[in-house]
Design a protein around this ligand. Structure first.
Ligand code: C2O
Ligand code: CU
Length: 577
């Protein structure tokens, strides 16, 4: 038996270690008041939905290992949710946020506390509203610093700057998407792109003053945290006459590589180092973003820009600056699929000893082949209404020919309380309903089914998933985003995936590890993930118009046998439908 003294001493030592361990984690509290705010862009004042009146919204800053607690109070007329895009939400699925998937929306006048711990991730992510198109103005950065005392695997930057790309409509986007969903027509394209909320000088006389300026000093390294929060457009980004070094993607370090141009899809985040020139140049440099668009539909072909301005310490040079020549970066043509292929191939996990990555599942339990793309569904209101497609049909989008129908209650609650009957079925197909030349001429029947179907997976299943674009209405790149997991990007290819040949090309050594991947236009991408997180996890195209049209599905990951492999019950304030 331990003596009392010794026992007391042991207990004291243990509590001392808990309280004063070298790198304690913290709890970061935030309050998000959702409220309307008037802002002026492109010479027009508009009332938009914001967090705390800020646009873009406030940054969440935390260290790896910290707990984040965000109280969201809804003061606007829309019911809404907030999603912490890319946060793994290990056993905290109740805080993930996609409406009707993990929670019912927070109604006007109500609040909900999102509570989660950041485990095993560091880098840039972002938060955004996850219902209808409200994320158009409701978004902000998530900055996860490495644990205290752990350096970056690259030289410490002089400054770190988030650059958020967004998309701006002069009209009310909720009206636009609601109307489009009723009539079956395509929603209007945006009027501008924005960088940190500003369109920049290329639009009209007003937009010149609506320009984000980044003041820099010569001879320094800046870390730009690029976030594509646009609704419907993948973007090229470049800084005139400066190289960028990509060091991280989707909050995972990558093998650094130099590039003049970055491609970033909605839902992706990319950290780049920008080294400024050693001497003060007599030039002002533009940073610009414009669309990478491969689909059949119209798209916003404008260019957002911001200014990189070398800051003279010694004399006030505002006058002179206006006279400086403005240098434009050159960006690829809008449908440069070759660039997209090459750029995505360069992204490889860093896999250093400090940040071991690429824990690629080497054996596969379940294989899936999902076609993603557009097609037709019958006009929703039957005879009461006319849709714009042939024979009273409308354009929709699907995964394996199932256009997902949102339930009226949250899937996660239905799953947790064993009340899935009438809410969802577990017969989501592992393969398309029939084989055809996915990227060739469309088959004769391009009608799709509708339903709320999921795939159920036992805890710790390893999943291999091939995502195949279809050219039914037109080939198009689809940035597929998976909630709750990072996946490994094993390979991408043109045309149809060939299961007899293509697996030989899978990179199982240092594949990119991310949460959003562009399914190449007229091609395929293969990914793997380990289903080690119990809950219901949404997967969808991060082009909001395609999500609205049904390009989405969900995975239900069952509890494991151990206590720490089970999803805890929901918090008491979880909103009700
Ligand atoms: Cu960035 Cu399901 O979302
Ligand atoms: Cu899509």
């Amino acid at each position: 038996m331990m003596s009392h003294k010794l026992l007391l001493f042991t207990v004291m030592c243990i509590s001392f270690r808990v309280a004063f361990s070298k790198h304690p984690t913290a709890t970061r509290h935030y309050k998000f008041n959702i409220k309307m705010q008037n802002v002026t862009r492109l010479c027009q004042s508009k009332s938009i939905v914001t967090v705390n009146g800020q646009f873009p919204g406030p940054a969440i800053t935390a260290r790896e290992g910290d707990r984040v607690v965000v109280k969201v109070v809804n003061h606007v007329q829309y019911n809404l949710t907030i999603h912490w895009h890319g946060i793994r939400q290990l056993r905290s699925g109740w805080a993930d946020g996609p409406a009707y998937i993990t929670q019912c929306p927070i109604q006007t006048g109500q609040s909900y506390v999102y509570n989660f711990t950041i485990k095993g991730q560091r880098g840039t992510l972002f938060w955004h509203a996850h219902i209808s198109w409200l994320r158009v103005t409701l978004y902000g950065p998530i900055i996860i610093l490495p644990k205290r005392g752990v350096p970056y695997p690259f030289p410490k930057p002089h400054k770190e700057v988030p650059l958020l790309f967004g998309e701006w409509w002069k009209a009310d986007t909720e009206k636009i998407i609601n109307q489009a969903m009723q009539t079956g027509s395509a929603p209007n394209i945006s009027d501008a792109y924005t960088i940190n909320g500003f369109p920049g000088p290329s639009y009209n006389t007003c937009s010149a003053k609506d320009t984000f300026k980044l003041k820099v000093e010569p001879g320094k390294t800046y870390l730009l945290r690029l976030i594509n929060a646009a609704l419907n457009d993948e973007l090229f980004f470049s800084v005139a006459d400066h190289n960028l070094t990509v060091v991280e993607a989707d909050a995972v370090y990558v093998k650094p590589f130099k590039t003049k141009i970055v491609l970033i899809t909605p839902g992706q985040t990319t950290n780049v180092l920008l080294k400024t020139k050693n001497h003060h140049p007599n030039t002002t440099f533009l940073m610009a973003a414009k669309a990478y668009a491969t689909g059949p539909a119209a798209f916003d072909n404008t260019t957002a820009s911001a200014i990189l301005q070398y800051h003279h310490r010694h004399h006030n040079s505002t006058m002179k600056l206006n006279k400086l020549p403005l240098l434009q970066p050159s960006l690829p043509i809008f449908n440069d699929t070759t660039f997209a292929f090459k750029f995505n191939d360069k992204i490889r996990s860093l896999g250093s000893s400090k940040f071991p990555s690429a824990r690629v599942p080497q054996k596969v339990d379940r294989r899936f082949f999902f076609t993603v793309g557009l097609g037709l569904i019958p006009c929703p209101n039957g005879g009461n209404q006319t849709c714009q497609g042939p024979n009273n049909t409308m354009v929709a989008a699907s995964v394996n020919n199932v256009s997902f129908v949102m339930p009226n209650t949250a899937l996660l609650q239905a799953h947790f309380f064993n009340q899935s009957k009438g809410v969802y079925t577990t017969d989501f197909p592992a393969n398309p309903p029939f084989k055809y030349n996915y990227t060739g001429n469309p088959p004769s029947n391009i009608m799709m089914k509708t339903g709320t179907k999921v795939v159920a997976l036992p805890f710790n299943t390893t999943v291999e998933l091939v995502l195949q674009d279809t050219s039914i209405i037109g080939a198009e790149s689809h940035p597929l985003h998976l909630h709750g997991f990072n996946f490994f990007v094993l390979a991408q290819g043109n045309g149809n995936f060939d299961p007899s040949k293509d697996p030989a090309r899978f990179n199982l050594a240092d594949p990119a590890e991310r949460n959003t991947v562009g399914v190449p236009s007229g091609g395929w991408v293969a990914i793997r993930f380990l289903a080690d997180n119990p809950g219901v996890w949404f997967m969808h195209c991060h082009l909001e118009v395609h999500t609205s049209w049904g390009l989405k599905m969900a995975w239900v990951v069952m509890d494991g046998n151990r206590r720490n492999q089970k999803l805890p019950p929901p918090p008491a304030d979880l909103p009700k439908c």
